[in-house]
Design a protein around this ligand. Structure first.
Ligand SMILES: Cc1cc2nc3c(=O)[nH]c(=O)nc-3n(C[C@H](O)[C@H](O)[C@H](O)COP(=O)(O)OP(=O)(O)OC[C@H]3O[C@@H](n4cnc5c(N)ncnc54)[C@H](O)[C@@H]3O)c2cc1C
Length: 522
């Protein structure tokens, strides 16, 4: 059987590419190795019946604000896509039993910051106001192929509209470390910690250059637009994309991975599935698979030159993640106050020194003594995910080593994650007791996914890296995944890459899939 395009992997980027091509009349097939489509966007009842857990991504703001969603929103909604908005977006808890959070009510956020520092409150207000000017340029850049004339035009327009000095500040922001950026603008250590915690989501400890952008964007975007989660689960977007694809005569095979990409005279020509089926592609093969998997496992070694393959091998994973899913009798009783039960995310990363220490321990192959935890409270926003009155808790433990040779506390003696994961999950829950006493007594059931388990669920999450490759500056922008190939092409003709490992990187924004499809349609 022959298709115009075959997409390897039904992550949301692969599906976005498939939907867009199919809607322009291409004959498209998507092949997914997992039993379920969605990749890192899946919802399952992994603890108890009726408790729906977002296995990986929970925050769908990127998707809701994406160019792909803007283009297909009515059709996706017709296929069931629905969001639940969070007014209270994110907060951080601190060692002294207090908290600081961001809600879409600017006065509420400003009042909380003012209690810490009146000057900071003023700076926050000004930063939010200025974000209205900078946001279109930053989002424009993230939504342009890299490099490209549209990207140059975005920069030129930013320079014209913002003026030289604000444009320079914007570039400085993109290059800064979280600490340098935050020190330039704020005094309160709590406010700085609340913002810097976002850096760890994308592999940036406080002192890594290039790490300021995400804390800035998340803080300002949540303040300005709020956060959304999927109604009923993050998989609402995947189910809608699959429905839309099928309505456009696109095909989807699940539960069988692609084992080999075939080439003829240096051109990608088809795929062979693990069950032996073979399909031809006449115009494009799009790999929503990690580049290392594509060039080490799926292609013959001779398909690309050794220098290129070695650059792909050098493309570093970010540090790993563990997911702990809890079915709860009721929401955590936060020591900082009842109001914290309203927040979608509560970061347990109380200060910058702790964030640096955890990152260093993990980078050196140690199980961190004091884990950084992102506590997601989806049922605070969307109660339909659990039986009446009950809740699910989404715990993302950032940042962890893929493989380790010891424990920073010297307590967990294990050779691998299979041996360590339950003890480490116990440590996480014990630490959370400090901020939410009695949490462990509320647990009805738990499901732990170590970095290794995450990779088993989705081979793109190498070593439990939730980013498809670290976002550090030397692997981002024109360097993602390697310099010279940041526009989704590969050295093999008709073979393209999309997904988190390509520009603009991880997250649920469907950017690479949609941009690639647009480029192919041109
Ligand atoms: C734990 C975790 C939490 C996260 N939280 C958030 C969040 O809250 N908000 C957010 O915006 N982002 C979040 N992210 C990041 C975001 O989810 C990912 O960056 C994004 O979903 C990646 O999408 P993708 O299209 O690149 O591919 P993936 O989602 O990685 O999907 C790729 C698919 O390809 C399949 N595949 C690979 N090889 C083959 C093969 N040979 N044959 C067939 N199929 C193959 C895989 O099975 C997989 O289904 C999180 C990620 C993780 C892991």
């Amino acid at each position: 059987m022959s298709f115009d395009a075959i997409v390897i992997g039904a992550g949301h980027n692969g599906l976005a590419a498939a939907v867009h091509l199919a809607s322009q009349g291409w004959k498209v097939m998507v092949v997914e190795g997992n039993a379920d489509p969605g990749g890192a966007v899946k919802t399952r009842e992994v603890t108890l019946p009726g408790f729906r857990h977002d296995l990986c991504a929970m925050n769908l703001s990127n998707f809701a604000g994406s160019a792909f969603c803007a283009r297909y929103r009515p059709e996706l909604e017709a296929h069931g896509m629905a969001f639940a908005p969070a007014k209270h977006c994110f907060a951080s808890v601190f060692r002294d039993g207090t908290a600081l959070g961001v809600s879409t009510d600017l006065e509420e956020t400003v009042a909380a910051i003012r209690a810490l520092s009146p000057e900071d409150a003023q700076v926050w207000r000004q930063m939010v106001a200025e974000f209205q000017d900078t946001a279109p340029h930053l989002f424009g850049l993230l939504g342009s192929p890299m490099p490209s004339w549209p990207a140059v035009r975005v920069l030129f327009k930013a320079w014209r509209q913002l003026g030289v000095s604000r444009f320079r500040e914007l570039i400085r922001l993109v290059l800064s470390s979280p600490r340098d950026f935050l020190d330039r603008h704020y005094d309160s250590p709590k406010l700085k910690a609340m913002m810097a915690a976002w850096g760890l989501h994308v592999d940036f400890p406080p002192d890594a250059a290039g790490g300021a952008l995400f804390p800035y964007l998340e803080s300002m975007a949540n303040q300005s637009f709020g956060m959304v989660v999927g109604q009923g689960g993050a998989d609402t977007v995947i189910r809608a994309m699959v429905g839309l694809l099928k309505s456009k005569q696109g095909e989807l095979i699940t539960g069988v991975p692609v084992q080999r990409i075939l080439t003829r005279d240096g051109v990608a020509s088809g795929v062979v599935l693990a069950d032996g089926r073979e399909f031809a592609a006449t115009r494009a093969i799009i790999a929503n698979a990690h580049p290392r998997l594509v060039f080490e496992n799926l292609l013959a070694a001779t398909a690309a030159s050794e220098p290129f393959r070695s650059r792909i091998r050098e493309f570093r994973a970010g540090l790993g993640t563990m997911m702990i899913h809890l079915a709860l009798d009721s929401l955590p009783d936060w020591a900082a106050g009842e109001h914290l039960k309203r927040y979608a995310y509560v970061h347990v990363a109380p200060d910058l020194s702790m964030m640096s220490r955890v990152y260093n321990e993990a980078a050196e192959g140690l199980l961190p003594a004091e884990p950084v935890v992102v506590v997601g409270q989806p049922t605070a926003i969307d109660p339909t995910r659990a039986p009446d009155g009950k809740h699910v808790l989404w715990l993302q433990v950032r940042v962890l080593p893929a493989v380790f040779h010891g424990d920073a506390l010297g307590e967990i003696i294990a050779a691998d994650w299979e041996g360590a994961k339950d003890n480490y999950a116990d440590r996480v829950l014990q630490r959370l007791e400090q901020y939410a006493p009695g949490l462990r007594n509320k647990i009805l059931a738990r499901h732990v996914m170590s970095p290794t388990d995450l990779e088993q669920e989705n081979p793109n999450l190498i070593g439990g890296d939730n980013l498809g490759g670290s976002h550090h500056l030397d692997q981002n922008f024109i360097f993602r995944p390697v310099a010279g190939y940041s526009r989704y092409r590969t050295p093999v003709k008709s073979l393209y890459l999309c997904g988190a490992s390509t520009w603009p990187g991880a997250g649920t924004g469907a950017g690479s899939g949609f941009m690639l499809a647009n480029m192919l349609l041109k």
